[in-house]
Design a protein around this ligand. Structure first.
Ligand code: 13P
Ligand code: SF4
Length: 307
C-alpha cells in the first residue's frame, strides 16, 4: 500500500485515532479528517470523542486546547512549528500586567491563546461565540485578549459593554484595509461581503455578514446568491470553491495565507500517527485551571445552542 490517504486511514483504525482539521487546512487533509470545522466545533468534538489519540491538523493552541479537554488522551500536532502569531502576542507576564492595570474586571480570552494565559482568565471564547460569551458575563466592563479586532467587534455588537482590548491581532486579517473593501465593492457592486471578525472593526462594519470560518461557510450554504466577496484566510475561499462549483468567490486581496496552518501535510500526518509525534503536553496545574476557563465557554455555548 503506497497511498498515503489509505495508510493514514488504516493507522487511524489500528490506533483508535481521530483527525480534527481546521477549515484552513488544504484539501488533501479533508480526505483523512473525521471532523472539519472552526475552532469552537473542533473543541466540542475533542471534548466528546472516545478515541485514544486525537491528531489535530491545525495550529498549536488548538491541539493544546484538545489536550486540556482530554488530559488522558494522546494529542498530536503533525507539525510542531505550526503556531499562531496572534496567540503568541500575549504571555502570562503580559496578561498579569494587563489585569493589574484594570483590577476587578473579568478577563475574556480568545481561544487563540496559550494554556498559561487561559489558566488566568475568567472565560474563553471563539470567533463564533464571542458576543454570546461576553454578553453572558453581564458586566459593565470586560478585558478582552489577545485580539483587539474581535474585541472591538463584540463591543459594537453588544452596545452596552465597555471592552478594554489587549493590543493583539491576527497579522493576516489585520492586513485587510477599508481601501481594500471599497475597491473590491466598487469592482463588484451589490455582491455580499462575508468577513471574519479578526478583521479590523472598520472592515467588519462594511460586511454583510461577520462570522467564524464555519459561520461564513454556512452563510453561503443558506444563501441563494451566486457570488460572494470573502474576507478571511484563503483556505476558506478554496473550500467554498470546491463545495460550491456553481458559485463564484472573490478573495478580498491576495496573500491572505496563514503559513502556519499550511505547514501540515499528509506526509506529516502519516509520520505523526505512525511515530505518535509531536505529543502535546500541558502542565497539570495549568491544564486544570485552563480547563475551567474553556468549560465555562462550552457551557454557555451549549445553553445558547439549545435556545
Ligand atoms: P475560527 O474560530 O473561525 O475557526 O478561527 C480561528 C482562527 O484562527 C482564524 O484565524
Ligand atoms: Fe493565528 Fe491568524 Fe493563523 Fe488564525 S490565521 S491561526 S489567528 S495567525
Amino acid at each position: 500500500m503506497d497511498n498515503l490517504t489509505e495508510k493514514i486511514n488504516k493507522l487511524k483504525k489500528e490506533k483508535n485515532a481521530i483527525i480534527l482539521a481546521h477549515c484552513y487546512q488544504n484539501a488533501e487533509i479533508d480526505e483523512v479528517a473525521d471532523y472539519v470545522g472552526d475552532s469552537l466545533y473542533l473543541s466540542q468534538m475533542a471534548a466528546r470523542t472516545n478515541a485514544d489519540i486525537i491528531l489535530f491538523a491545525g495550529v498549536y493552541f488548538m491541539a493544546q486546547t484538545a489536550k486540556i479537554l482530554c488530559p488522558d488522551k494522546k494529542v498530536l500536532l503533525p507539525n510542531i512549528k505550526a503556531g499562531c502569531e496572534m496567540a503568541d502576542m500575549i504571555n502570562l507576564q503580559q496578561l498579569r500586567e494587563f489585569k493589574n492595570k484594570y483590577p476587578d474586571i473579568p478577563a475574556v480570552c480568545y481561544i487563540n491563546s496559550t494554556a498559561e494565559v487561559k489558566s488566568e482568565c475568567d472565560i474563553c471564547c471563539t470567533s463564533s461565540n464571542a458576543v454570546q460569551i461576553v454578553d453572558s458575563l453581564k458586566a459593565e466592563k470586560v478585558l478582552f485578549l489577545p485580539d483587539k479586532n474581535l474585541g472591538r467587534w463584540v463591543e459594537k455588537c453588544l452596545g452596552n459593554t465597555k471592552i478594554i482590548t489587549y493590543d493583539g491581532y491576527c497579522p493576516i486579517h489585520h492586513n485587510i484595509t477599508v481601501e481594500d473593501v471599497l475597491k473590491i465593492k466598487k469592482e463588484n457592486p451589490y455582491i455580499k461581503l462575508l468577513a471574519h471578525p479578526e478583521c479590523k472593526e472598520e472592515v467588519s462594519s462594511l460586511a454583510d455578514f461577520v462570522g467564524s470560518t464555519t459561520g461564513i461557510m454556512n452563510f453561503v450554504k443558506n444563501n441563494s446568491d451566486k457570488k460572494f466577496i470573502i474576507a478571511t484566510e484563503k483556505g476558506v475561499v478554496d473550500r467554498l470553491k470546491r463545495d460550491y462549483p456553481q458559485k463564484e468567490f472573490i478573495i478580498i486581496k491576495e496573500n491572505l495565507i496563514c503559513e502556519s496552518m499550511k505547514l501540515n501535510t499528509l506526509q506529516d500526518i502519516y509520520t505523526s500517527l505512525e511515530n505518535e509525534t509531536f505529543e502535546i503536553k500541558v502542565d497539570k496545574e495549568v491544564s486544570e485551571k485552563a480547563l475551567k476557563c474553556i468549560e465555562k465557554m462550552l457551557d454557555v455555548s451549549k445553553i445558547g445552542a439549545a435556545k
